[in-house]
Write a protein that binds this ligand. Structure first.
Ligand SMILES: Cc1ncc(COP(=O)(O)O)c(C=O)c1O
Length: 392
């Protein structure tokens, strides 16, 4: 039968990259492809205790239907969590989401009509691109350099495209690892206010800083309600729990709360309760320190190996945090066939092309350093570096 899929799913097809990556699920493959936390970074004992605590003491509150805005204790604990991040909020500034991915989807649902323009970094998180496109929005790229988005080009693109949203990942960007400095954040905010556009500030990696000083969020500069901030607990607790939060002014929150009712009614209450206890007991801070130590060793090992094994002239980013390193190879190299060859040598990565709204940039690729062991990083980067050298 010929299925008449919706227009929003047009262009959704299994692509070459997905097919190659399917071949890399063999256990002998060293995969730098995903965006997964390390398997030994989950606070298993804490999650067991928190689950038991709620099932023994407050079973009904976590097993019954709950409020679409979020589990009461979590909303209150989020206020403290954000105060510690330098942001003054109250409970009416939050909607708890099923991961920050649902946050992106809900913001689209609340704001986007078909043909609206979303300005994105070039490159940017590929699932966000997919989400904007599924709302039939047009994604237009703003130029970036190795320090992130260029405010002057942002202004040019606003004048040219009259966008509804500006989607930014200012901390340890996915895929490049870049952090936007404070001055550029301020300029982006001022431009958004000048032209009355919303900035969607997506920050799933902000807590994962391994070096340098924290930079204030764009949301913390917001005096006008132009910024919607997305928090995720995937990378600091567990992505399988699917808990995140939207932070925005009260008007927007009311609209998004209503959009969430018809999406998934509410985020799983037991999972919200676990995250709530994680914040309330302060365990979040001890745990984040632990995973920072773990990932710092991994990123240092990967950048050392890239320095040793990539050919001269190949660029790789040296992020202060997050989960990814970005590589730009000689222009004659195409990272899709390169992935095929690497997969045959039992190493995987993600080609850079799908991270660009307009495609192209075939000579780029993204490496994840969090989910492999130090030994795997050493071995895998040597294999990859040796393979790339044969192309230079
Ligand atoms: C930039 C960015 N935004 C959002 C997400 C979605 O995260 P989650 O839905 O697990 O919170 C990811 C996941 O990798 C990401 O990299």
């Amino acid at each position: 039968m010929n299925y008449a899929y919706s227009r929003r799913m047009e262009g959704e097809q299994d692509n070459a990259i997905r097919e190659i990556l399917a071949l890399t699920s063999r256990p002998e493959v060293i995969s730098f492809a995903g965006g997964m936390p390390s398997a030994d970074a989950f606070p298993l004992d804490f999650i067991k205790e928190a689950t038991n605590y709620y099932l023994e003491n407050e079973p009904i509150s976590v097993l019954q239907y709950g409020s679409s805005q979020g589990f009461g204790p979590l909303l209150r604990n989020l206020v403290t969590f954000f105060a510690n991040k330098g942001l003054k909020t109250d409970v009416e500034n939050f909607v708890v989401t099923t991961g920050s991915q649902e946050g992106i989807e809900l913001v689209c649902k609340a704001f986007l009509n078909p043909s609206d323009v979303v300005l994105v970094e070039s490159p940017t998180y590929l699932v966000a691109l997919k989400t904007f496109k599924s709302f039939e929005a047009k994604c237009e790229s703003v130029e970036t350099d190795h320090e992130g988005v260029i405010p002057e080009d942002l202004e040019e693109k606003i004048k040219k495209f009259n966008p509804k949203l500006i989607y930014l990942i200012p901390n340890f960007q996915n895929p490049t690892g870049t952090t936007l400095n404070e001055e550029r954040r301020k300029k982006c905010y001022e431009i958004a206010v000048k032209y009355n556009v919303i900035i969607l500030e997506d920050d799933p990696y902000g807590e994962l800083r391994y070096s340098g000083q924290a930079v204030p969020s764009i949301k913390s500069m917001d005096e006008t309600g132009n910024v919607i901030y997305l928090q995720s607990f995937s990378k600091i607790v567990s992505p399988g729990l699917r808990v995140g939060a939207i932070v925005a002014n009260k008007d927007i929150i009311r609209k998004i709360d209503s959009a969430k009712q018809s999406m998934d009614v509410h985020t799983a209450s037991l999972n919200q309760a676990i995250v709530s206890r994680f914040i309330e007991t302060g365990e979040v801070y001890t745990h984040v320190e632990k995973i920072r130590d773990l990932y710092r060793k991994k990123i240092n090992t990967m950048t050392d190996c890239l320095g040793n094994y990539l050919p001269d002239g190949a660029y790789f980013s040296k992020p202060d945090g997050g989960m990814f390193i970005w590589c730009e190879l000689d222009g004659k190299i195409n990272s899709i066939p390169l992935l095929k060859e690497a997969a045959m040598l039992n190493v995987a990565f993600i080609p850079g092309m799908p991270f660009y709204a307009e495609g192209g940039h075939a000579n780029t690729l993204r490496l994840n350093f969090t989910s492999s062991s130090l030994e795997q990083i050493e071995k895998g980067i040597k294999v990859l570096g040796d393979l790339i050298k044969t192309k230079y």
